[in-house]
Design a protein around this ligand. Structure first.
Ligand code: SF4
Length: 462
């Protein structure tokens, strides 16, 4: 029996305000994406998806080669590359660097990878202040919550929730207009940017043949985080590498459209190492931290390794009927929705939160909209088989139930006896035990007084 957290699901399902927030936000994203990839706007959309899939497949199959190429190009531009196996190793590296440079304040932007490794919590335990600078992430940091959605982290909160939060945590008057809320956040964050010692970002893409880190965003905070502080640390999963700068056009065409319906996000930044002589801005030091954290485990399986193609657009979440009902916080890890359902069991093991691959109707909507053509339903089926295999020897109600069923079906006398008893006592069944509640709104079909077997025998005798 799978350990499904039904109580948590029911809390979300029974909250009409939350249901409306999830439904309307995801519907907006669905509509915007549909308009942006329509045939008259992007006639070669399907060809782009195929090309994106080919590039990712090629890169993941030759990951060692491209990571080495990336490293040598980053170093050639004056940066340093640090390979980390775990989140702890990342935190140790940043703490050590902060100590050496006497840093106290870190500003952060655009990084699901740091959410994945609980980066802020690690650093705050060592008295380093870490401030999220993307508005959605900043709101969540104040609310002590993790992201609800890959591209819209505070999707579940209304402007009234934000007004209460700002008032309670920042001591400002309640302000319900989003523009004014942005101004409040900006006033606080500008000061943080100016005083920050280190800027930490993620990376949307890492270009192997030039050593560039590419960041796409709509707010401009990543630019401030990477140019105002003296040190810039980009923390990214090893799967973010792509071979060449010209491959980027394929992904930039798909990412914004699939995520928010924008042909291109407002800012696309290419960062290549620290500030050079003659440049007016940029950090003095640049570090690229490449994180494994379980990713190399996925490389072993030629089919499941396609999970690493993900460009975190969030389209599969918006289109998933399960995500749209249970929301983002009911998924056990920072990655929610269909992509979370396939990568979480692969990173953490299929026996932990083993219900996850089953949290899908297998309708295929996720695969249909995925810009890099990850075969999500196929991977879910594969993971379901692995969960079943891992639980094969575990005693469970389901296992006992099917065992009893097999025993009855292979013993004709028992089968006949139960048929006889069933016909006699069937009308009482809905009135007893847990079925009582279930049967209150349902009418059970009546069982025929004589079974087919009895009728057949009587007919032959007569
Ligand atoms: S799996 Fe595909 S659709 Fe889902 S977030 Fe990743 S790239 Fe986007």
């Amino acid at each position: 029996m799978l350990d499904v957290p039904m109580d948590r699901f029911n809390q979300t399902l029974d909250d009409p305000r939350l249901q409306a927030a999830i439904y309307s936000a995801t519907q907006r994203l669905i509509d915007h994406r549909a308009g942006a990839v329509a045939g008259d706007r992007l006639p070669d959309y399907q060809a782009l998806r195929t090309r994106a899939n080919e590039i990712k497949k090629h890169t993941i199959e030759n990951l060692d080669y491209y990571l080495e190429q990336l490293e040598s190009n980053v170093v050639a531009h004056g940066g340093q590359v640090v390979f980390c196996r775990t989140g702890d190793e990342v935190a140790d590296f940043v703490l050590d660097l902060a100590k050496k440079r006497n840093a106290r304040l870190i500003v952060k932007s655009k990084s699901m990878t740091t959410e994945e490794i609980h980066f802020n919590e690690h650093l705050e335990r060592h008295q380093l202040e870490t401030v999220e600078t993307d508005l959605g992430e900043y709101i969540l940091q104040l609310a002590h919550q993790r992201p609800y959605h890959i591209v819209a982290p505070a999707l579940h909160m209304t402007r009234y929730d934000v007004a209460d939060l700002f008032s309670n945590t920042l001591g400002v008057p309640k302000e319900v207009e989003p523009e004014n809320q942005t101004k409040i956040a900006r006033a606080t964050l500008r000061e943080k940017f100016l005083n920050a010692d280190i800027g930490v970002t993620g990376a949307n893409f890492l270009i192997a043949d030039s050593g560039a880190v590419v960041l796409v965003e709509n707010e401009g905070n990543a630019r401030l985080s990477t140019t105002a502080p003296k040190i810039h640390i980009a923390i990214a999963g090893i799967e973010k590498v792509i071979p060449r700068a010209q491959d980027l056009a394929v992904f930039l065409n798909l990412l914004g459209r699939s995520a928010t319906g924008q042909p291109l996000t407002v800012y696309t930044s290419f960062l290549s190492g620290p500030r050079r002589a003659g440049e007016i801005d940029g950090p003095d030091e640049f570090y690229l931290v490449l994180l494994d954290n379980g990713r190399t485990k996925l490389l072993r399986d030629p089919e499941k390794r396609q999970s690493l193609y993900c460009i975190r657009c969030g389209a599969c979440l918006n289109h998933c009927p399960v995500y749209r009902k249970i929301g983002g916080h009911n998924y056990p890890w920072v990655y929610s929705g269909p992509i979370g359902a396939i990568i979480t069991p692969q990173f953490h093991g299929v026996t932990q939160d083993s219900w996850l691959p089953f949290a899908s109707s297998l309708c295929g909507a996720c695969a249909e909209v995925c810009p890099v053509k990850i075969e999500i339903p196929r991977l879910l089926l594969k993971l379901r088989a692995e969960v079943t295999e891992a639980n094969r020897n575990k005693a469970s109600l389901e296992r006992w139930g099917f065992g009893a069923w097999a025993w009855v079906m292979t013993n004709p006398r028992i089968f006949r006896l139960l048929g006889y008893l069933g016909a006699k006592f069937w009308p009482m069944v809905p009135k007893i035990g847990p079925l009582r509640k279930w049967a209150r709104q349902r009418e059970l079909p009546r069982i025929a007084p004589k079974s087919f077997h009895t009728l057949w025998t009587e007919r032959r005798r007569s």
